[in-house]
Design a protein around this ligand. Sequence first.
Ligand code: DC
Length: 223
Amino acid sequence: MSFNIAIDGPAGAGKSTIARRVAKELSFLYVDTGALYRAIGLYLIRNGVSAEDEQALPEACRQIHIDIAYENGEQQVYLNEENVTGQIRTEEIGKMASAAAAKPCVRELLLNLQRDLAARADVLMDGRDIGTNILPGAQLKIYLTASVKTRARRRYLELVQKGDECVLEEIEKVIEERDYRDEHRDIAPLKKAEDAVLVDSSDMSIDQVVEQIIELYRQRRRG
Ligand code: DC
């Protein structure tokens, strides 16, 4: 049987950096599920479909096929056979992904893809509802969070490094709005699974978080 690790938490908690590192050290397949929702967001933006359009959205969902593959160990996301991995990391797409992720047809579209991957291999999957909904039987569940201020500062530094102009307070506001939307939607809201271990990375380095998760994994393996 495959071993599944679920890491959930809000935007900017460091999930993908940490998940990627842990997966590499444990030789697990890393599945970034946010990228799947982002690919759907990209489709909706390209086709001018609003996530709030109750007719057009289910119609669009029927036209969307999402798949993932790995190239040199890096996850690649395919939207209707087109590799869109390099196009989905914008704030606009993140916002659309978050709005679309609140809708049943969108979650339905990605459910089996995620479960099939986890059944086939040892995976470390990060997202919002992995421990609560997608892989309720995961052997290790982590809820990784950090304060809004910490997450905004990290995102700000990341953007500044890329040469983007940005204002810290605005980033803080966007993060708060996204948290609210992800936590308050009716289906599969972002919340800590009862059996998840809470890790608050506000005052921890990436190395410390990675070590803690690997230690938790070893403990689970030892049973
Ligand atoms: O992790 P991310 O920022 O790439 O995710 C983009 C959006 O996708 C996020 O705001 C909420 C949604 N999402 C989700 O609802 N469930 C997941 N498992 C992963 C992401």
